[in-house]
Design a protein around this ligand. Structure first.
Ligand code: PHE
Length: 472
């Protein structure tokens, strides 16, 4: 099989693809909202520490396991660590599967809001429109939700179908620069707005008395999510890296870009909110509110965002592109497992995986009022009550399970594998070669991957298991 495997055509192609996987709804949807909830400053600082101390070393570990073995998650862990570790890989595949099934639904909303805002750009914003109502109506419309998710799934399948070079890398090379440009444009505009100072202060001035243990764990959990770690996506992408490319350098660039983009997106959103003086209302609309209720409203409100009616559809193009470069990495985890371990040809494997995942996407799509059986799992006798008390929809339950259980446990297993089960020689030979940058110290990496990362991740697992902390 090894000869037939795809490879990235260049280091830049790989870095763009992996950065595309990392940058996604986590950066544009989750991070701004949890920063808001945790009162900015100190939370952002803790998040940055988690990214550097836990995210970066694990990114290197996943990529090295992939490149060393040239296999996708299951095969890679079996070969690098031992046969039983294939189970950890399988856990990752299951996680990719579940995450993809509901991530697609939110991605589908970006299509809807693109169409809506493009319509308002052309035809004018109808006076008195309530964005809260627009949002609730679209999300409760089961048929519409299935259609939007289907559109997005088809896009994802079409990319992965064409493989690593002609599909994933090509799309990443094309779309990521567009994404950076749109973000740069929005960022520039936000500096001309009144609220930008207030936004920057909120995000960057730490006040530690607002921080509690739960916030620290939330920052750590999000570091996994946003960097696509803990479920084998980076192992899989790492398996297509050529020998002469530096894992250390690439990890540095991916982590840096992901972090900068999350901060830039947050600055933009908060600037809009502060300029409009909407800070009191944002919290009420929940996680989805900021991206799909507050922002579209503000783009069209007079005197807030210069050129807002033009920037609004562009903003949802940004969200859609960021989501697509992530969904394709999720589908690749599942598909490459089927290709490698069951020797099924890529085209067939992609269609089969895409279709099975979509069956679960339907459940997630109907979770916002589209169908009672998916929206209301906590009705008497339904599984919501038994499994995850308090989560009332299929969507909420899947997100809860992935963010709280699957990513942290998978991540813990991967750090332990790289730090304790793989030999020093086998990891050192992947990380240290003539391409290694001067700032990197192997011994420091080894110390982090053996002690700091597992301890931090174990803290999340314990918090979830014994103290009921919830990151979803
Ligand atoms: N990193 C992506 C985001 O921030 C989500 C993701 C997680 C993608 C795991 C792939 C694997 O949106």
């Amino acid at each position: 099989m090894t000869e037939q495997r795809g490879n990235w055509t260049s280091s830049a192609g790989f870095i763009l693809a992996a950065t595309g996987s990392a940058i996604g709804l986590g950066n544009l949807w989750k991070f701004p909202f949890i920063t808001w909830e945790n009162n900015g400053g100190a939370f952002v600082l803790v998040y940055l520490v988690c990214i550097a101390a836990v995210g970066l070393p694990i990114m290197m570990a996943e990529l090295l396991i992939g490149r060393k073995t040239q296999k996708s998650a299951v095969g890679a862990l079996k070969e690098a660590v031992g046969p039983a570790w294939g189970l950890v890989g399988l856990w990752g595949v299951l996680c990719g599967f579940t995450l993809l099934s509901y991530y697609t639904v939110i991605a589908g909303w970006s299509l809807y809001f693109f169409a809506k805002t493009a319509g308002w750009m052309v035809g004018g914003f109808p006076a008195g429109t309530s964005l809260g109502q627009v949002f609730t109506e679209q999300s409760a419309n089961g048929g519409l939700q299935i259609a939007l998710s289907l559109g997005f799934s088809v896009a994802t399948v079409s990319v992965v179908y064409f493989g690593v070079q002609k599909g994933i890398e090509k799309i990443a090379r094309l779309f990521l620069p567009v994404l950076f440009l749109i973000l740069a444009l929005l960022f520039t505009v936000s500096f001309a707005m009144d609220g930008s100072r207030e936004a920057l202060t909120f995000i960057f001035r730490p006040s530690f008395n607002e921080l509690d243990g739960g916030s620290v764990l939330e920052a750590l959990g999000h570091a996994f999510f946003t960097l696509s770690l803990g479920m084998g996506a980076m192992i899989t992408y790492g398996s297509y890296i050529a020998r002469n490319q530096s894992i250390v350098k690439a990890s540095g660039v991916i982590v840096l870009l992901d972090t900068v983009i999350a901060l830039v997106a947050t600055v933009i959103m908060f600037t809009v909110i502060f300029t409009a003086g909407m800070q009191d209302q944002v919290g009420d609309t929940g996680t989805v509110g900021m991206l799909f209720i507050s922002l579209p409203q503000l783009f069209f409100a007079e005197g807030i965002v210069p050129g807002g009616s033009f920037l609004a559809p562009l903003f949802y193009v940004l969200v859609a592109l960021a989501a697509l470069t992530s969904t394709m990495s999720l589908l690749e985890v599942v598909t490459s497992y089927i290709i490698d371990e069951h020797e099924i040809e890529r085209g067939k494997a992609t269609l089969a995986c895409g279709s099975v995942v979509f069956l679960f996407t339907i459940l997630a799509a109907l979770s916002f009022g589209g169908a009672d059986f998916a929206s209301n799992l906590s009705a008497p006798g339904r599984i919501g009550n038994l499994l995850f008390a308090g989560k009332t929809s299929w969507f909420g339950m899947a997100d809860h399970f992935v963010s709280n259980w699957m990513l942290p446990t998978g991540g813990l297993a991967i750090t332990v594998a790289a730090g304790w089960f793989m030999t020093r020689e086998s990891t050192e030979s992947e990380l240290v070669d003539e391409t290694v940058p001067g700032w990197f110290s192997y011994d420091t990496w080894r110390f982090f991957i053996r002690y700091i990362s597992p301890a931090a991740v174990a803290a999340i697992v314990v918090a979830v298991l014994f103290f009921g902390v919830d990151f979803s």
